[in-house]
Structures are given as C-alpha cells and as structure tokens.
Ligand binder design. Sequence first.
Ligand code: LHQ
Length: 255
Amino acid sequence: MASVLTSAEAGVQTITLNRPEKLNAFIPEMHKELRRALEQALDDSAIRAVLLTGAGRGFCAGQDLAERNVAPGAAPIDLSVSLGSYYNPLVRRMRELPKPIVGAINGVAAGAGANIALACDIVLAARSASFVQSFARLGLVPDSGGTWFLPRLVGTARAMGLALLAEPLSAEQAERWGLIWKVLDDERLMPEATELARRLASGPTKGFGLIKKALYASAGNSLDAQLELERDLQRELGFSDDYRKAVAEFLEKRT
Ligand code: LHQ
C-alpha cells in the first residue's frame, strides 16, 4: 500500500499521508513518495494548489520512532542525516513551491508532523486535532522548522512553553494563538479545506506564488529590503495577464 496517496481534481492536488495505523509517522518511503507528489505539483501546470492531509485519526506523528530506536550497546544514530536528506528538503520544498498549500489537519500532529503542518501556507484543523512539539520528551530540539515557525507565529513566550513542556495544544487554542488559520468541526474539515483549495486553484497562481515569496522573505528582511522586493515582484506581476484582465474587469464592472 502506498504510504502517500495523491489525486487531482479542479486544479487541486490532494496529498494524503497514508500510514494510519502509525498515525502517519514518517519512514523513508513516505518521504520519497511525498517528495514525488510535491515535485508533480510543481511541474504540472494544471495543478494550481495543494491540499495536504492525513489518513485515519492522525495527521502525522513525526518520525517513525521504531526506525530510530537505538538498542543498548549499539552505535548511536546520526539524526542529522535524516534531517538533511528528508525533513529539511521537505520544508524547503513546501515553502518554495510557487503554489498555495492548504493543510487540513485532521488529527494529532506531533513532532516533525506538527511542524510540517505549520509549513503549509494556510492551516485548517479539525476541532479534535492537536499540535504537540513532542521533541523535548525525546531530549531533542524542535526540528523541521519548529524553532523558526513557532516564535514567529506565536511569540517567544508561547513558543518556549510549547517546546519545553511538549504538551498537546488543542486546535482551538492554536487558532486563538494565531498558530493556524481556522478550526472547523471535524465533519466540516475536508469539505471546507477542499473548497478553499479549489478557490485558491482558480485564483491568480503567479500572484499567489509571489505572495508566498514576499511574506516568507519578510522574516529575514529589513523594511528597506522588503520594499524593494515588493517593488520587484509588483513589476513582474504588473506585466501579467492576470493583472491586465482583473483591472479591465473591475473597470467594466464584470466579475
Ligand atoms: C508511532 C509514532 C511514532 C512510531 C504513534 N513512531 N509509531 C526527525 C529526524 C530524526 C529523528 C528524530 O526525529 C525527528 C523528528 C521527530 O518527529 S521526533 C518526534 C517523533 N514523534 C513523537 O515523539 C510522537 C510519538 N507519538 C506520540 O506521542 C503519540 O502517539 C501521539 C501523542 C502522537 C498520539 O497518541 P495516541 O493518540 O495515544 O496514539 P498512540 O500513541 O496509541 O499511537 C497509535 C499507534 O501509532 C501506536 O501503535 P500501536 O501499534 O501500539 O497501535 C503508536 O506506537 C504508533 N505511533 N507515533 N512517532
């Protein structure tokens, strides 16, 4: 059985992490399949938005720890290898994909799974979902972008509490704190996430790609640098058909 399922409809590629019996914990095969699915989303011009979710009752429990169990007396495992080979390229690919990614967080998102959820551009979560920075329980630091995303999304005080205490944060609290876009009743999650992804897929893809670029660049830029970036991106978009058509439609009072 594939550990990642994909389907495409109405411009949206739906990617479903599919190891439900292990709460969609990552093994190398799942990383490889997810990478292929995201490459396809990048290359296929008919795909204009991505919807990422998990099969079963969890979104993703992070690294499959059965694969990272060090037996007594055995040589330690170099964890940087899996970050360098899999998790870091995944987070970069998601952030750099010039198409919006909607995360539909259907259940618990733990460890790297929580931070992959936060790497999506718009995060919707089921009311029963939760976010756990479980790394400290293993004596690890939050990875997959966690130490970057958390302080930027919720501030250092809350980021530190989440990272040090490794307690589950409910979807409702995550919404109140601004960690995610919106919490939805469980049965509304997939219909609303699909509708949102389709809406994004029918919008100005080039503009959306550059909105991602600008907003994510802002975290490392001065205001001056950001103003210049906005000027450059706007120049590029001002030459696009989307802009020309949208202005004409506005002036002619068409939608
Ligand atoms: C799992 C897992 C799991 C294997 C649930 N692995 N089986 C990157 C690079 C390299 C190395 C190190 O790490 C990283 C990044 C990371 O992601 S580190 C963090 C790894 N993840 C965790 O520490 C989370 C571990 N899981 C949990 O704490 C709980 O399972 C949560 C809170 C997610 C859910 O709890 P429950 O709802 O009570 O479910 P459960 O614990 O009963 O899990 C259901 C099954 O899934 C169970 O299997 P079983 O055969 O007993 O039914 C778990 O063993 C399995 N599972 N997470 N990460």
